[in-house]
Ligand binder design. Structure first.
Ligand code: OGA
Ligand code: ZN
Ligand code: ZN
Length: 392
């Protein structure tokens, strides 16, 4: 059997850049030495758990049917061999046989070096400041709509910087629908599948007035804030109403540097955001800065106009106000901001859980201003990106 016929238990393609050249049997596993001298130990249980054969993994879904708890306690390998094309073949003590593709095995090796290499290759947010005014990634509507490679470039820019612009888009009402669905299905909210950003007399949000909107994320009132926001400009003829953005992670990083105690407080203190109207009553209590388990940034949650009164222990309140005011002051720092007026036929597309957006007040008497917006959850656009990467 050769590597071309070894089953792969998922949908990715695994290039073979390094081959196993020697095996060393260990009491609890098989040690592989690779052609670049790296050594990876694979435990018996790990190998058996990851057997890709059609009895263990249903080939149609490529999801596992076998459960490792059903392997015998004393499972061991009777035999382990490399075949002519570098596949690892294992004969198990319970009679089962497994064959592992070298590219797959290398991509999942968990020796220290392999794990460090994966960590280093993983994408990370590229924090930005005012230099974004010159470096803003923008994409042509037609190209995004018709070319998968441009779609992938756009989604990568969105992942890395959290802020992108689409240009030369049609200004017909509802054109946003097709652009958003080119990426994924839309996340509906109480403001609709698509929301109309216009000054309205019966506004149910400050967004639908002509007031300025300070830097914020949308729907911080929901447990899961929408991942991507589209703001698509159909008309922008009114005086005022320019857009402004900051990278919330860059703001948090600046706060961490200037006032570590304040930073820490904003990562630990739940703040209530709420959005109440005659028919709705949304509430979410969560910290303004959320970190992942490894200390990296997960999300920023902020909208002063949707924030409830702070509820914190009496002795913490002064420090909480200090931290909050500092954070907001930093969002107002010109050296952290991008400022730009959106023109008809342009759209902002940004990571709403990271990048804060704002608009200046505008004068509705001076001309029409009409934006349409919608959201996609982070899982959806990332899934689209990963599937495109399989073919890239
Ligand atoms: C919003 C919003 C920005 C704008 O609708 O949430 O932030 O430019 N709008 O009108
Ligand atoms: Zn199997
Ligand atoms: Zn908004």
């Amino acid at each position: 059997m050769n590597s071309a016929t070894a089953t792969i238990a998922d949908w990715r393609i695994y290039p073979v850049n390094s081959l196993p050249v020697a095996l060393q049997r260990q009491p609890d596993g098989v040690e592989v030495t690779w052609s670049d001298a790296r050594v990876s130990l694979f435990h018996h249980l790990w190998l058996r758990d990851n057997c890709p054969c059609p009895a263990c993994v249903y080939p149609v879904t490529r999801e596992q049917m076998f459960e490792i708890v059903d392997a015998p306690d004393d499972l061991s390998a009777l035999d382990a061999q490399l075949d002519g094309s570098g596949c690892l073949a294992v004969q198990w003590s319970d009679g089962h046989a497994s064959l592992y593709h070298p590219g797959w095995l290398r991509a999942h090796a968990y020796d220290e070096q392999s794990r460090a290499e994966r960590e280093q290759q993983a994408s990370r947010p590229l924090l930005w400041r005012a230099e974004m005014n010159q470096q803003l990634a923008h994409f042509d509507y037609q190209e995004v709509m018709t070319r998968d490679d441009v779609l992938l470039q756009w989604l990568r820019a969105l992942r890395d910087t959290g802020l992108t612009q689409i240009r030369n888009a049609p200004t017909a009402n509802g054109s946003l629908d097709g652009l958003a669905r080119r990426v994924a299905f839309i996340r509906e909210s109480s403001f609709g599948v698509m929301f109309e950003v216009q000054s309205k007399v019966d506004a149910d949000s400050n967004a639908y007035t002509a007031f300025n909107l300070p830097l914020h994320t949308d729907l911080p009132t929901r447990e899961l804030q929408p991942g991507v926001q589209f703001l698509y400009c159909l008309r922008n003829d009114a005086e005022g109403g320019d857009s402004r953005f900051v990278d919330g992670f860059a703001v948090a990083e600046e706060l961490r540097r200037l006032a570590p105690d304040s930073f820490d407080l904003l990562t630990r203190t739940p703040v209530e955001f709420r959005n109440k109207s005659a028919r709705n009553d949304y509430r979410c209590k969560a910290p303004i800065i959320a970190l992942n388990e490894d200390g990296s940034y997960r999300e920023i949650r902020i909208a002063n106009f949707l924030r409830g009164p702070f509820d914190a222990p009496t002795e913490v309140m002064p420090a909480l106000y200090k931290a909050y005011r500092l954070f907001i002051q930093l969002t107002r720092e010109p050296h952290l901001q991008l400022n730009r007026r959106l023109q008809a036929g342009e759209a902002w597309v940004f990571d709403n859980r990271r990048v804060l957006h704002a608009r200046d007040a505008f004068d509705p008497a001076s001309g029409e201003r009409h934006f349409q917006g919608c959201y996609l959850d982070r899982d959806e656009w990332l899934s689209r990106l990963y599937v495109l990467e399989r073919q890239a």
